[in-house]
Design a protein around this ligand. Structure first.
Ligand SMILES: *[C@@H]1O[C@H](CO)[C@@H](O)[C@H](O)[C@H]1NC(C)=O
Ligand SMILES: *[C@@H]1O[C@H](CO)[C@@H](O)[C@H](O)[C@H]1NC(C)=O
Ligand SMILES: *[C@@H]1O[C@H](CO)[C@@H](O)[C@H](O)[C@H]1NC(C)=O
Ligand SMILES: *[C@@H]1O[C@H](CO)[C@@H](O)[C@H](O)[C@H]1NC(C)=O
Ligand SMILES: *[C@@H]1O[C@H](CO)[C@@H](O)[C@H](O)[C@H]1NC(C)=O
Length: 557
């Protein structure tokens, strides 16, 4: 085992090495930077070889957002400071002061992260003026590592479902199939990163929300072990289930995001971070990422209960892609064990053990009451928000919000569910130990990501990790057959779930799989260069809040 913190050291060395290779400037950079499928390495190569300035890099992503965002509606707002920060980065390159693994790396934040200078709306119209005056700890470490916050992304309103539709942001569209949702709730980040609007996108995950958009947009994501990354400064849903993480187009960039976000360490304002073992916090284990890792002898449990074996146009492609990846894993030396215990039934687990409705109201009240979250007018509590009429709750979630009005962590049902969660954690450890497993695999979603206008994002399997606090890395494993709506097919992703604090092993397996089945593709609609503009100021981008399917009426419960 090794901690993400150790990878950090080697990345700093990598940046410094690049600097030593910097050639003298013969003439100013002339070429515009091509952001399509760009990586941290490709940005740094362009910067440190003087092929592009940081301003060019940031402008190229903004040009792309201006041109292609009207199709997918993934962006809620851009950071007005992004270009001036890029100019500061260019001054630092000129003076030889380049530090940080994310130096000049454009990052988009899900719009439930607090970042100074931008509203944190959660996608909700009532929170348009919610102005945090302090960065979330996860945002602060990204900035400290050199990241440029490019803007905020749409999400399913308040992160309560997976369709990525909201009263402030409208409906985000899947870049691979414009008739489908991008998964969710971090669907704006998923669609945006898939379309190369930035290098990294942050997300949150209460049940599925970092994994469903990764799966639906051919991306890599991590949901960390509970306690690895502070959730402070993020609009909350559930103390038990919430996690903060990121999405990327390749596993190497994802590992950097994980390392940087985990560098917060212990945060007294999120007491789950005290669960972190000291060797993880101190980064004392040795990093194995990019080492001589292979799958020989690796034992993977395959959760049969997380499949839908009923053949249909929506399920058969997922089952076929999973069968293909399993045969490739076996051919590469892994042992795959069929786990058929009846406890692994995602629908049943969600129905009995999900504790969001008990925790949401108390946590949202506490978030809205913080002195450093200002802006007016805005609701001061859960009650004010959900009686003010300026919100979107989809009909399948009406019972959820109505239950949240009346339930609390003092409810009897809460203690019963928490005992059930303890049992589930025990059952999962038993499965790992009895079968000597290194990780567990299953499709993120039993069916293809649903169409726009659907009643819910059905068939997802995220609940197991959400309740047990297990880490998961999601990897793209294929596309359904191409169709008129989906020229490449619809992306399908697989979850790799580990024991607590095994992020490094999961990242190694994910990296290996990314080479074994290199399926990630850019969406066809945006496989062209945007007209490169030179901006004096960051343009104002507004979401299209009009394109909400008629089956989702606003302000109704
Ligand atoms: C390098 O830049 C950082 C960030 O602006 C600044 O805090 C630091 O003082 C600079 N270091 C030097 C040696 O100029
Ligand atoms: C941990 O923090 C939560 C949320 O702030 C709080 O409800 C809980 O009482 C804390 N637990 C302990 C043991 O302090
Ligand atoms: C796992 O076992 C179940 C029940 O016997 C079976 O239906 C399923 O096909 C098996 N899965 C694999 C991948 O062998
Ligand atoms: C399984 O797939 C079938 C066909 O798409 C669908 O009717 C059914 O509701 C699905 N079952 C579950 C549990 O998702
Ligand atoms: C983009 O389109 C070109 C030309 O059609 C094709 O050759 C290339 O593979 C595409 N790139 C990606 C990443 O899909």
């Amino acid at each position: 085992m090794s901690s993400p913190a150790n990878i950090f050291g080697s990345l700093v060395v990598q940046v410094l090495t690049l600097l030593l290779l910097v050639r003298p400037i013969i003439s100013g950079p002339t070429e515009a930077f091509d952001p399509r499928e760009a990586s941290i390495d490709s940005v740094h190569n362009a910067l440190f070889n003087h092929l592009a300035t940081c301003r060019h890099v940031v402008s190229s992503f903004i040009s792309r957002i201006e041109e292609f965002n009207p199709v997918i509606n993934a962006i809620i707002s851009l950071n007005p400071e992004a270009l001036s920060i890029a100019d500061e980065m260019d001054a630092r390159i000129a003076s030889g002061n380049v530090t940080g693994a994310l130096f000049c790396i454009p990052v988009l934040l899900k719009d439930n992260y607090d970042a100074v200078g931008m509203s944190a709306t959660g996608g909700c119209r009532a929170l348009e003026n919610n102005k945090p005056m302090v960065d979330a700890p996860s945002v602060k470490v990204l900035k400290d590592a050199g990241a440029i916050i490019l803007g905020k992304t749409n999400m399913h309103e308040m992160a309560l479902e997976g369709l990525s539709v909201s009263s402030f942001g409208g409906q985000t569209v899947n870049p691979y199939d414009h008739t489908r949702t991008p998964g969710g709730s971090s669907g704006g980040a998923g669609a945006a990163i898939a379309t190369s609007f930035a290098i990294l996108g942050t997300g949150t995950d209460t049940v599925n929300s970092l994994r469903s958009p990764a799966s639906a947009n051919s991306l890599f994501s991590f949901r960390p072990t509970r306690g690895l990354i502070s959730r402070a400064g993020i609009i909350p849903v559930s103390f038990t289930q919430d996690a903060a993480g990121a999405m990327a187009r390749n596993p190497k960039d994802l590992a950097v995001a994980l390392t940087v976000m985990a560098s917060i360490g212990y945060d007294p304002t999120d007491n789950t971070t005290a669960l972190m073992p000291s060797e993880v916090g101190r980064g004392e284990c040795s990093a194995s990422l990019y080492g001589n890792f292979n799958l020989r002898g690796i034992r993977l449990g395959l959760l049969d209960g997380f499949y839908n074996h009923t053949a249909s146009a929506e399920t058969t492609p997922v089952n076929g892609i999973m069968a293909n990846i399993v045969s490739k894993l076996i051919a590469a030396g892994a042992q795959v064990l069929n786990i058929t215990d009846s406890i692994y039934n995602a629908v049943a687990i969600s129905a009995t053990l999900d504790v969001q409705t008990y925790e949401y109201r108390e946590l949202l009240d506490a978030y809205l009451a913080q002195p450093h979250v200002g802006g007016a007018p805005r609701p001061a509590s859960f009650g004010e928000l959900y009686t003010g009429g300026d919100f979107l709750v989809i009909p399948s979630q009406y019972p959820y919000i109505n239950a949240a009005f009346g339930s609390s962590t003092s409810s009897q049902g809460y203690s019963i569910a928490q005992r059930g969660i303890e049992n589930l954690i025990q059952a999962l450890h038993t499965t790992f130990t009895q079968n000597s497993l290194d990780a567990i695999i299953y499709p993120e979603q039993k069916n293809l990501v649903v169409k726009i206008g659907s009643p819910s994002q059905s068939g997802r399997n995220g609940i197991l990790a959400a309740l047990t606090g297990s880490p998961v890395v999601t990897v793209p494993v294929g596309f359904s057959h191409p169709s008129g709506d989906a020229p490449l097919g619809v992306p399908v992703g697989m979850e790799i779930l580990g024991r607590p604090w095994t992020e490094d092993l999961l990242m190694d397996i994910a990296t290996y799989i990314s080479e074994l089945v290199p399926v990630r593709r850019m969406p066809v609609f945006a496989n062209m260069t945007a007209e490169q503009k030179h901006y004096s100021d960051v343009p104002v981008i507004r979401p299209n809040s009009e394109n909400i399917h008629p089956s989702y009426p606003l302000g109704v419960l």
